[in-house]
Design a protein around this ligand. Structure first.
Ligand SMILES: Cc1ncc(C[n+]2csc(CCOP(=O)(O)OP(=O)(O)O)c2C)c(N)n1
Ligand SMILES: [Mg+2]
Length: 283
């Protein structure tokens, strides 16, 4: 998909995720908006996957370690055809499989996540299994920056480097906010890139809301043979919705009717602009 189309897709996913959160009156709005571009790049351009064969042995694996931000993932899996789009209407309703965190009863979900700090350890195991089975799949693990406070990540970081897992790509959604405020106030992380480098990873900083940069970096990984990659994706929490950007309360704030309409209007104008750009470049 060309980059302009990926950007349109990301704006549509943002509209959809706001709709399902609004309908269910629950969700993790800020973190889902923050990681939408990362997931769009992975699912529409980078990962080798087949929605008709979710257990295909050679598929690339995606682990949503920051499992609370599941709404963007549900909308993408539905759009890709892992399950019917109408099922999104059941999100967070009693009896649904589309619960508020990734649930491996849903095709396309590799593991249950939500208790922070478990995605990377499991991803290390999956990447090691690929090496031992001589399979060429890659494992992408998306973590939060607040999630870096979990010690298990650092054990997994050591193991990933020890086993030379260059098929493992860790991504940190570095939006500088966690549930109750700034990461640096709650549990200081800096110098975060140096920490990952010292653990033996090849660290690549990117603007995590820039589609061109994301696609280029994911395509190139691993740049260094024998080293796992850590993509430090510098993002904005609440990205794409002017009044939600960088506001800690939007971690799990639910849009009102009026806020939903405003947010949809903002995103619709982004889509229209990108569509016009396409028409100009074709003429
Ligand atoms: C082990 C564990 N402790 C606490 C929580 C509650 N919790 C849910 S989201 C969150 C903040 C996560 O912040 P961050 O990783 O920065 O995510 P993002 O900013 O991308 O939403 C916390 C503490 C949890 N899910 N798991
Ligand atoms: Mg964060």
């Amino acid at each position: 998909m060309e980059t302009r189309q990926l950007k349109i897709k990301a704006a549509q996913i943002r509209m959809d995720l706001l709709s399902i959160i609004h309908r269910a009156k629950t969700g993790h709005t800020g973190g889902s908006l923050s990681n939408t571009d990362i997931l769009t790049a992975l699912y529409y351009e980078i990962m080798n996957i087949d929605p008709a064969r979710p257990k295909w042995e050679k598929r690339d694996r995606f682990i949503a370690s920051k499992g609370h931000s599941v709404e963007s993932l549900w909308c993408i899996l539905a759009d890709k055809g892992f399950f019917p789009k109408e099922e999104l209407e059941t999100y967070s309703q009693f009896g649904t499989r589309l619960i508020g965190h990734p649930n491996n009863k849903v095709p396309g979900i590799e593991m249950n996540t939500g208790a922070l700090g478990h995605g990377l350890p499991i991803s290390v195991g999956m990447a090691l299994a690929a090496k031992r089975d001589a399979l060429s799949y890659r494992v992408f693990c998306l973590m939060g920056d607040g999630e870096q406070a979990e010690g298990s990540n650092w054990e997994a970081a050591m193991a990933g480097a020890h086993y030379k897992l260059d098929n493992l790509i860790g991504i940190i959604d570095r939006n500088r906010l966690q549930i109750s405020g700034s990461t640096e106030e709650v549990m200081g992380l800096e110098p975060l890139e140096d920490k990952w480098t010292s653990f033996g990873w090849n660290v690549v900083p990117v603007n995590g809301n820039n589609m061109e940069e994301l696609v280029q970096v994911f395509r190139a990984a691993p740049e260094v043979a024998g080293k796992p990659t850590l993509v430090m994706a510098n993002t904005t929490k609440g990205k794409g919705v002017s009044f939600a950007e960088n506001v800690p309360a939007w971690h799990h704030h639910v849009p009102s009717d009026e806020q939903l309409a405003t947010a949809h209007a903002e995103l619709r104008s982004v889509i229209e602009e990108l569509q016009q750009e396409g028409q100009v470049s074709q003429s």
